[in-house]
Ligand binder design. Structure first.
Ligand code: COS
Length: 410
């Protein structure tokens, strides 16, 4: 049986996240948007109540929440303010490659740092000349003895100006295309690391977005994440795991816009009746509501597949594509429902429309999601195959059972 009912714990988690969004985020969201204020006070509070780093396993000090539970939190907090939530949730993106491929020492040190205090980490993949085309990156890491020397520049880095450490992707074999990229953990205070500039953005203005440069930065060799030259796959696997959460944020933006538009349509009177009585408005509201529901179902499916230990690339990209495009469409329609007032900053939907745009761009554009979906449909290898984590778990279980049998025989 397919059951969409949340457990009591999941309901409590969702309510807690909603309360936080309503009391801590909404009241300052518009002010922080105007000033582009970095929401350090909200980060501190979110960390305190356990809404940050929920994905980090308990052994490294996190809550060990499932991917599905993560989407419940992300939708609610983005309903509060997606700009602030981009900042609050960013550790999930930076931490995912460490969780997937990092050594035990790296996990303890760097994931531990995030759970011991409200520290931040950033994911450094994109470069000025390499956005969608990941393998076109130019940042170089050259092994010299027990260090790698890093040179290059990464742009559009969320929390870049405030991070304590970065996961950085760099070419270790420049002639090998996507098979010549490696991933590293880089401390932000190393000599040669500099934060160049904070971007002045259209939307999600409370989140910090910066360019980070690396000039002859010496990284200890043990900060390599996983194997050398396996960084491209690590990046793709990371995005499979983070896109459910970012898609849930898009659902949260769409839901907020739908709620504002619905309320307004009941109050605004034209031609002698509230505009909600006009079929033109009803059809818009109906389409907006359908997109929110359909988006959430895709998001939940993409997360539950991962929780079941199954590959989710196709559904994850479907969720991101659909929820992001829907957030844009819903917010545009919400402005339409408000009419001329929707265009005025004093009304809430103007910000939501600006905030929604980035959902179609970051963590892979809607066009990149279509590429991934098409590839998975044309060359199916996806749903039903176990994830590497599930394979590792099964191998551990088999090893344990063999040792138990051997012990019993002795
Ligand atoms: N999980 C594991 N491995 C994957 C994978 C996944 N989800 N997706 C691809 N791979 C592997 C492939 O199996 C292939 O492996 P081999 O080297 O063994 O052949 C390799 O990675 C290359 O895959 P592919 O040929 O599909 O790569 P392409 O260059 O055709 O496409 C796209 C890559 C365009 C999909 C990729 O560059 C991408 O996702 N770009 C967008 C990046 C992005 O989202 N940026 C946003 C910034 S991050 S906030």
């Amino acid at each position: 049986m397919v059951d969409f009912t949340l457990t009591d714990e999941q309901k409590a988690l969702k309510e807690m996240a909603h309360d936080f969004a309503e009391k801590e985020m909404r009241p300052v969201a518009w002010e922080y948007d105007v000033d582009g204020t970095f929401p350090q006070d909200i980060i501190d509070k979110a960390w305190e109540v356990g809404l940050m780093n929920s994905h980090i396993p308990e052994e490294y000090g996190g809550a060990g929440a499932s991917y599905f539970e993560g989407t419940l939190i992300e939708e609610e907090l983005a309903w509060g303010c997606s700009g602030i939530q981009t900042t609050v949730g960013c550790n999930g993106l930076a931490g995912a490659p460490v969780l997937l491929g990092g050594s035990e020492e790296i996990k303890k040190k760097y994931l531990g740092m995030l759970t011991e205090r409200p520290a931040l980490a950033s994911f450094c993949l994109t470069e000025p000349d390499a956005g969608s085309d990941v393998s076109g990156m130019r940042t170089r890491a050259v092994r010299k003895g027990d260090k790698y020397v890093l040179n290059g520049s990464k742009c559009f880095i969320t929390n870049g100006g405030y991070a304590d450490w970065f996961t950085v992707y760099a070419k270790t074999d420049p002639d090998a295309g996507h098979r010549g990229i490696s991933a590293f953990v880089v401390d932000a205070d190393l000599p040669g690391v500099s934060v160049d500039k904070k971007e002045d953005k259209m939307g999600q203005r409370a989140s910090n977005t910066a360019t980070i440069s690396f000039d002859e930065v010496e990284i200890p060799a043990e900060n390599l994440i996983g194997e050398e030259n396996k960084g491209f796959k690590l990046a793709m696997m990371t995005l499979d795991r983070t896109r459910p959460g970012v898609s849930a944020m898009a659902v949260g933006i769409g839901r907020a816009a739908l709620e504002y538009a619905t309320e307004y349509s009941k109050e605004r009177v034209q031609f002698g009746v509230p505009i909600a009585m006009h079929q033109a408005i009803q059809f818009m509201i109906a389409d907006m509501a359908t997109k929110v529901e359909a988006g959430r179902l895709l998001v939940w499916n993409s997360a539950v597949l991962l929780d079941q230990g199954l590959r989710n690339s196709k559904v994850s990209s479907m969720a991101k594509r659909f929820a992001a495009d829907s957030a844009m469409e819903i917010t545009v329609d919400a402005v339409q429902v408000y009419g001329g007032y929707g265009f005025i900053k004093e009304y809430p939907v103007e910000k939501l429309m600006r905030d929604a745009k980035i959902m179609q761009l970051y963590e892979g554009t809607s066009q990149i999601q279509r590429l991934v979906i098409a590839k998975e449909v044309l060359l199916p290898r996806d749903v039903g195959e176990p994830t590497p984590e599930a394979e590792a778990k099964a191998a551990d279980a088999a090893r344990d059972s063999q040792s138990e049998q051997a012990a019993a025989t002795v």
